[in-house]
Structure formats: C-alpha cells, structure tokens
Design a protein around this ligand. Structure first.
Ligand code: FES
Length: 157
C-alpha cells in the first residue's frame, strides 16, 4: 500500500529547524501512521540530511517504535517473573497458536498484534495481559478465549 506522505511533510516542517528533534519527530510520525513507514524514513533522510542508518539506529534502539503496520488491537503478554511463574508462558503460547502469529507480528486481518512485555506492575494479578489500555489479570486459557471472542465480535459489528 502506498503511503501518503503529506502528513509526514508537515511533521518534518515542524521539526526541521530544531536540533536533536529526531525522536519527537518519529513519535509524531508514528502517532499519525501507527508505525514508521520506510518511505517516511527516506523522506526524513532527504529533507533533514540524516543518513537512513542513523534513523534506523534510533528506531531499533527504542522499543516504542514499530517498523511495520500494527493491528487494530495490541495484546501485551507479561512475561515478568510473577507472571512467568503463574503461567504467562502458556498464555503467550496459546495466543500465538490461536492467532497464528509470533511476538512482534500482526494477524493477516490486521486485528491483533502480539507482544511480550516485562512486568506490567500488577504482579498480584499474575498472569496478566493488556489489550490496548485494558488490563486483564488472573488470566487463564478460558479467559483468553472470551477476550479474543469479544474483540473479534467487535470486528464484525
Ligand atoms: S510480572 Fe507480570 S505484572 Fe509483574
């Protein structure tokens, strides 16, 4: 799919005179596109005279940046110590098998992206997952079935 670069051009204009503004610029790009498209990296490189390798260095260093389109919903599965001990690994395997994707990937229908994360800060509820901004604690496989089903129903509405 061709990326519309007009938004990116506006963002670059906003930051072009600012020293050390690459990270906020990339954050703005991601806020618009949902990820940082290759075409935008090329544009930033050309407009701001920054080598693409430098831009990719920043993009791959910070976990907040995505280089591929994200799903409508991002499922973060905690693999911190408490969640690991309480079965977080099985939850992650179940979601990966059921959705047919591995960590860092997005389902073909563009509904879900799957991520492994460290402690989400509510270990007493382990194992924990987060879908977008919603927390789900004391997760079981049954609970995962219900959660996925709810988000998939939303898709068909
Ligand atoms: S280890 Fe999962 S919430 Fe802390």
């Amino acid at each position: 799919m061709k990326v519309n670069l007009s938004e990116a051009k506006n963002i670059i204009k906003k930051y072009c005179a600012k020293e050390g503004a690459l990270i906020p610029l990339l954050q703005d790009v991601q806020a618009i596109y949902g990820y940082v498209p290759e075409e935008v990296v090329e544009l930033i490189s050309k407009e701001l005279s920054i080598f693409p390798v430098e831009i990719y260095g920043v993009l791959t260093f910070y976990a907040q940046f995505y280089l591929t389109p994200r799903g409508k919903h991002t499922i973060k599965v905690c693999q911190g110590t408490a969640c690991h001990v309480m079965g977080g690994g099985e939850i992650l395997s179940y979601l990966s098998d059921t959705l047919g994707i591995r960590e860092g990937e997005t389902t073909e229908d563009g509904i879900f992206s799957l991520e492994r994360v460290a402690c989400l800060g509510c270990c007493g509820m382990a194992p924990v997952i987060m879908v977008d901004n919603d927390f789900y604690g004391k997760c079981t496989i049954k609970k995962m079935e219900d959660i996925l089903s709810n988000y998939q129903k939303e898709k068909s509405i």
